[in-house]
Ligand binder design. Structure first.
Ligand SMILES: C[S@@+](CC[C@H](N)C(=O)[O-])C[C@H]1O[C@@H](n2cnc3c(N)ncnc32)[C@H](O)[C@@H]1O
Length: 293
C-alpha cells in the first residue's frame, strides 16, 4: 500500500524514492528506499529486520541491502541482504537528472532523497548567468541542478573524494566541469576569503552537518551557530539574492530555526519554509528555510 501510494512521484523520470518511512507508514523503525531498482532497508542500529519483511523482500527479487542507522558506525557501508549483489556505483534519475549512487562507499549513498524538492527549486531559481555557491556540497547534487538551470556554480566541501564525485555527477548530465568551480576546504574559511576577494553570489546553499569543526578545530553546532553561518554567507550574497538554509537537527523546531536565521541576518531577508517531499511521511525532521533578499 505504502509502496503503491508513491507511484505518482515517479512521474517525470524519477526512479529514486523513499518507499516506506517508519511510523508514517505504520512500520516503526523501518525505512525502505528505492534507488533505481536497488533497495536499501534501514533499521535502528540494534534492530534486525523482522522475518516477515525479509521474506517479503526476497519475494520482490530486487537487489536489497541493509543499513543500520547508527551514530557510532559512520564508516560502514550497507550489507547485502538478498537479490543480486550490486558491484560498484550505478545511476539513479530524479526529474530526469542523473546522479551516481553507491552502496559500497560508506554510510551515505551519494544522494539525500529528502532534498529532492529543494533541488528542483534550486534549478528553477538558477537563471542563466546566475552565480550559485553550494557549501557543504557533498556529491554536488545541488550544484548539478543549479548548473542545469544555467548558473555558474561553485561547489565547496572539505572532502576531495566528494568533490570528485560532484564532478562525475556533472559529467553524467553533460555539464562541462571546466565551466564551474570546485573548492576544497572549510566553508567558514572560504566564506571569509570570498568576502575579502569581493566575490559575490546570486544564490547560496547552506546545508551543513548538525555538528562540524572548522579548519582551526572550532566546533560548529547548528542550534547555536547556524545564524552566524548565515550571517557570513549573507556577506557574499549579491543584492536580491537567495539563500537556502537546511538542517535535520530533530530537536530544533522550524520556527526556532527561522528565528535564528532572521535575527542574525538583521532583517535583510524574507523567510519562507518548505515541507518535506511527499514520500517522507514520518516526523518532518528536515527544516528548509529560503531567505530572499
Ligand atoms: C550533510 S552533507 C551535505 C549534503 C548536501 N548538502 C546534499 O544535499 O547533497 C555534509 C557535507 O559537509 C561536508 N563538511 C563538513 N564540515 C565541513 C566544513 N567545515 N566545511 C566544508 N564542508 C564540510 C562533509 O564533507 C559532507 O560532504
Amino acid at each position: 500500500m505504502a509502496v503503491r501510494s508513491r507511484e505518482p512521484l515517479r512521474a517525470g523520470r524519477t526512479d529514486a524514492l523513499r518507499l516506506i518511512d517508519g511510523l508514517g507508514d505504520g512500520l516503526p523503525n523501518v525505512i525502505i528506499e528505492d534507488f533505481a531498482g536497488h533497495w536499501l532497508l534501514s533499521t535502528a542500529e540494534d534492530r534486525e529486520p523482522p522475518p516477515w519483511m525479509l521474506r517479503w523482500l526476497e519475494g520482490r527479487g530486487m537487489p536489497c541491502y541493509h543499513k543500520r542507522l547508527a551514530l557510532r558506525r559512520k564508516d560502514s557501508s550497507p550489507e547485502w541482504l538478498c537479490g543480486e549483489r550490486v558491484n560498484g556505483a550505478f545511476q539513479i534519475l530524479e526529474h530526469g537528472v542523473a546522479f551516481e549512487v553507491s552502496f559500497s562507499s560508506g554510510y551515505s549513498q551519494g544522494i539525500f532523497l529528502d532534498q529532492r524538492d529543494n533541488r528542483a527549486e534550486v534549478r528553477a531559481r538558477s537563471a542563466a548567468g546566475a552565480r550559485v555557491l553550494n557549501t557543504f556540497a557533498y556529491t554536488g547534487a545541488f550544484s548539478v541542478c543549479a548548473a542545469l538551470g544555467g548558473a555558474e556554480t561553485t561547489t565547496l566541501d572539505l572532502s576531495q573524494p566528494y568533490l570528485d564525485w560532484a564532478r562525475r555527477n556533472m559529467s553524467l548530465n553533460g555539464i562541462d566541469t571546466e565551466a564551474h568551480h570546485f573548492c576544497r576546504g572549510d566553508a567558514f574559511h572560504w566564506l571569509r576569503r570570498f568576502a575579502r576577494q569581493g566575490r559575490s553570489f546570486d544564490g547560496i546553499i547552506l546545508d551543513p552537518p548538525t555538528f562540524s569543526r572548522d579548519d582551526k578545530g572550532r566546533v560548529f553546532r547548528v542550534e547555536r551557530d547556524f545564524g552566524g553561518l548565515a550571517e557570513l554567507a549573507a556577506g557574499v550574497l549579491a543584492p536580491g539574492g537567495w539563500m537556502l538554509c537546511c538542517t535535520n537537527l530533530r530537536k530544533m523546531t522550524s520556527a526556532a530555526f527561522e528565528r535564528q536565521l532572521l535575527e542574525k541576518t538583521g532583517g535583510r531577508f524574507r523567510a519562507s519554509r518548505r515541507p518535506m517531499p511527499g514520500d517522507f511521511t514520518d516526523q518532518p525532521y528536515l527544516k528548509s528555510v529560503w531567505l530572499d533578499g
